[in-house]
Design a protein around this ligand. Structure first.
Ligand code: PRT
Ligand code: ZN
Length: 300
């Protein structure tokens, strides 16, 4: 039975850095969706899974309040909202169930270039601008540092120039924004990536089975990203050298070549990228007819 009750709802960022990747991953897990006219809802056409498209900041709350069963969101937001809920006396009713290995960034303290920074002590009685009041307060508290936190909802990096703060605490990815604003990263508070969170309210057996299936498919999707299928011919005598050269493989398949006494075909899944250097080394070891193919799906 496919009633509303049994459909899984996943909260996904509507428009932003995580949107394309999140939708792409779900599609690779086999989900086909149809967007509603208002673009806020995606109906799962081939699985009982629907998507709610919202601001990333709303995702932990929707999962904690059991409006959505799952949510895809940056760990930075998950952690900030968890601390916010705890500070407001609410339960943080969500659990982190999967790390997605995209949306990597870090929440860091940055100082104007040339300012001496010698650990958290340097922050004592100074002013720090941030949108991450919860994580920053927690960090200062755990280091027994009193400092003033100035809340900025965006453009945190301009706070020191405006004379509004001595330091900032913001997300950093390439470091380009800090550099463009004459700032230096001096401490990392949190390493972040996109994660899946799940409501702590127990799901029905059917729903939990479907969640487990999606997480298992994600394992396959993430594993194949770097994986390649490699095929080559080689003299039997070169087998052990070639096996050692194949990156990230367990047991390659070795089959005799029709009409040849000493040549074999070797097929293997390489769980790492196969670079030109590897192919050149394999050729030098005696391999020929080398083929590298992308792997589309994998189920362990
Ligand atoms: O509208 P909505 O509220 O949904 O979106 P948003 O504007 O709050 O979030 P969005 O789309 O900008 O980011 C979503 C998530 O992407 C974040 O919560 C992080 O988990 C992750 N992420 C990864 C980043 C970055 N990298 C990133 N570089 N989020 C923001 N930035 C910003 C950062 O704030 C700074 O302004 O990029 C700038 C720094 O980048 P670099 O490369 O110059 O260091
Ligand atoms: Zn946001």
């Amino acid at each position: 039975m496919d009633t509303q009750q049994q459909r899984i709802k996943i909260a996904v960022q509507k428009t932003g850095r995580l949107t394309d990747h999140s939708l792409d991953l779900l599609e690779r897990c086999g989900l086909k969706v149809r967007k509603s006219k208002d673009q806020l809802f995606c109906f799962g056409e081939n699985m009982p899974i629907d998507l709610l498209l919202v601001r990333d900041d709303d995702i932990p709350g929707l999962v904690a309040d059991d409006v959505c069963d799952l949510g895809i969101c940056g760990l930075n937001v998950v952690e900030e909202k968890r601390l916010e809920r705890v500070a407001n006396g609410k339960n943080a009713l969500f659990k982190r169930v999967y790390d997605l290995d995209f949306g990597h960034c870090r929440l860091s303290i940055a100082a104007p270039e040339g300012i001496k920074y010698s650990g958290p002590e340097s922050l004592r009685n100074r002013k720090i601008a941030t949108s991450y009041v919860g994580i920053l307060s927690d960090y200062l508290k755990s280091n027994s540092i009193d400092a003033e936190i100035e809340y900025f909802s965006g453009a945190v990096e301009i706070a020191p120039k405006l004379g509004k703060a001595d330091f900032i605490c913001d997300l950093v990815s390439t470091g380009g924004t800090l550099q463009a604003n004459g700032l230096e990263e001096v401490a990392t508070l949190l390493d972040s990536e996109a994660v899946i969170i799940q409501t702590q309210v127990p799901l029905s057996e059917d729903k939990q089975q479907l969640v487990d299936k999606i997480l298992q498919r994600l394992d396959g999707v993430l594993q194949v990203r770097e994986s390649k299928y490699i095929m080559l011919h080689a003299p039997r005598s070169a087998l052990s050298e070639i096996r050692d050269l194949l990156p990230g493989t367990e047991a390659p398949t070795v089959v005799p070549l029709d009409g040849s006494q000493d040549k074999v075909a070797i097929h293997a899944v390489c769980r790492e990228n196969v670079f030109w250097e590897t192919l050149e080394n394999l050729k030098a070891a005696g391999a020929s007819s080398l083929l590298v193919l992308p792997v589309e799906k994998m189920l362990a």
